[in-house]
Design a protein. Structure first.
Length: 95
């Protein structure tokens, strides 16, 4: 992940965790940004589709995000719920 993308993720997380008046944040963005975000904050051992595939156009997913006792940011894989569309499946190439 490029330095610019890491910095954007970190800035977003800092902002998100400062939203003390709500327990929910709605975010709109590009599917590649979300894929990289999932790659960064899902556990390394997780094989979740969100780490491999982009969200479809106009796709919507919900997930939990937290900072653990060691100050590490995490997305629990089982918290990811497809609201609309979900993740694109790679098309198999015809031989």
């Amino acid at each position: 992940l490029g330095q610019k993308a890491i910095k954007r993720h970190e800035e977003f997380i800092k902002w998100m965790l400062q939203q003390n008046e709500t327990d929910m944040v709605v975010v709109l963005g590009h599917s590649l940004w979300f894929r990289e975000f999932f790659k960064s904050y899902l556990p390394k051992a997780s094989n979740h589709v969100a780490k491999k595939e982009k969200m479809v156009n106009c796709g919507c997913v919900a997930f939990d995000f937290y900072r653990d006792s060691k100050n590490v940011h995490r997305i629990p894989p089982d918290s990811i719920k497809v609201i609309h569309g979900g993740f694109a499946e790679k098309k198999k190439k015809d031989k």
